[in-house]
Write a protein that binds this ligand. Structure first.
Ligand code: ADP
Ligand code: MG
Length: 410
């Protein structure tokens, strides 16, 4: 697990070369016998076809004449806890913020396999104010808990802003704005009219997600849909501004530049964090569907199909990261346009593929594992947003003593 570092454990000095970073892929196997799944239409039945053969490999039998072995970056078996999962992905998130990199965590898998449990978990909202994290808290609450703890230990000023959208039938809805109107996606992948909310503590993020969950439910009811058929994306802009003491005193700054009189050199680091709970990856049952349901099935297929096409194209062209000559079909769906930076672009990315241990889910499990194994070959080109800027002295120069204002206790 990522121990929050003090100022001494800070990231290295500013630099801006890009580096290649492959998508990290973990498979998480849900425990069997989870109550309530049958009612939700997910069948449960006996012996498992899954066998973990190494820390990073899973053997699947019964899908054909021969067993298949899938190698990933890690396999998290049914007995691994939420803390174990965070131990695998958390360092990437926090290290990214420390260095000014973007990071993305995506959960992919069939409905009922544990995507939401892994990303959000339960205890976070059940815990009272100040109660801290429950052991069922997922990757998102743990990430923000760590993030705010780290920010509180930094000198300078931090700003954390979050947005939450849902993508359903190729439409984007801001879950934090009343009315549920769909918002247009601009050419650069930004969502027009999206609201960003200032967060001062991890608890603020959890309250925001509770609000988002409530409005997602309302929207789903209005459209007669289940949330398992939409994608949810939480994004967070983190900015940390730290005045460089030497520059403030008029000496030359880290980059060898002298600070102007009346101004101060400030190190600015920016990261965009994206947490994505994808729609269930199961093939949509098309039988007897018409009208909206048919359009819905096709549209959900469209986004997830586009996602696998993008992954397949990038995986086949490992030099990707913007340098590939292959045509990458990002524009085929809203989801892939929104996630473009996370896929072959400027973001460190983790894919959490969730699978059910049950034999009845074998076909979907195999398809999830094929997707996951392919995603391992996607290479991102990451660039740090880490620079030194001259800023007039005064409020906002990030020179306040230990003034991590965004990290005041909940
Ligand atoms: P999904 O979001 O993929 O549809 P959920 O996260 O809602 O699936 O999980 C389905 C059910 O299984 C939920 O009741 C959830 O709490 C439970 N569950 C999933 N993964 C685990 C796990 N690792 N440990 C305990 N319960 C789990
Ligand atoms: Mg879910």
């Amino acid at each position: 697990p990522a121990a929050p570092g003090g100022p001494g454990a800070d990231a290295p000095p500013p630099h801006s070369e890009s580096s290649s970073d492959s998508v990290k892929v973990f498979v998480r196997i849900r425990p069997s016998g989870v109550a309530g799944l049958a009612a939700a239409g997910v069948p449960e039945e006996g012996a498992t076809p899954l066998q973990q053969v190494r820390d990073d490999a899973l053997r699947v039998s019964g899908g054909g004449p021969e067993a298949k072995v899938f190698a990933l970056h890690g396999v998290l078996g049914p007995h691994r806890t939420q803390a174990d999962v965070y131990g695998a992905v958390g360092p990437l998130v926090l290290d990214s913020v420390r260095g000014g990199y973007n990071a993305s965590v995506l959960a992919y898998g069939q409905t009922g396999s544990g995507k939401t449990h892994t990303m959000l978990g339960r205890a976070a909202s059940a815990a009272g104010p100040g109660a801290g994290l429950g052991e069922d808290a997922g990757v998102i609450p743990r990430s923000f808990d760590d993030l705010f703890r780290w920010l509180a230990a930094q000198p300078g000023e931090a700003s954390v802003q979050c947005s939450v959208v849902e993508i359903y039938i190729e439409k984007i809805t801001d879950l934090l704005q009343p009315g549920g109107h769909s918002l247009p996606l601009l050419g650069d992948g930004a969502v027009k009219g999206l609201t960003w909310h200032t967060m001062k503590a991890a608890g603020d993020v959890m309250r925001l997600l509770d609000r988002a969950a409530a409005s997602r439910q309302t929207a789903a009811t209005r459209m007669n849909a289940a949330s398992s058929r939409s994608h949810m994306v939480l994004q967070c802009r983190v900015e940390l501004r730290v005045a460089l003491a030497a520059a403030a005193a008029g000496a030359s700054s880290g980059g060898g530049r002298a600070a102007k009189r009346g101004s101060v050199a400030v190190r600015v680091r920016r990261s965009l964090l994206s947490f994505v709970d994808l729609a269930g990856s199961e093939r949509q049952k098309m039988a007897g569907t018409e009208g909206e349901r048919l359009a819905e099935g096709a549209a959900i297929n469209k986004s997830l199909l586009a996602l696998s096409k993008v992954i397949y194209t990038l995986a086949a062209a490992p030099s990707a990261g913007g340098g590939t000559s292959a045509y990458v079909p990002y524009r085929d769906s809203v989801l892939t346009r929104l996630l473009q930076p996370s896929l072959g672009g400027n973001s460190r990315t983790v894919l959490l593929a969730t699978v059910s241990p049950d034999r009845s889910c074998l076909a979907e499990t195999l398809s999830t594992l094929e997707f996951a194994q392919r995603a391992k070959y996607v290479v991102n080109k990451v660039v740090a947003h880490d620079e030194v800027v001259e800023q007039p002295l005064g409020p906002g120069s990030g020179s306040g003593p230990g003034g991590a204002s965004a990290a005041s206790a909940a």
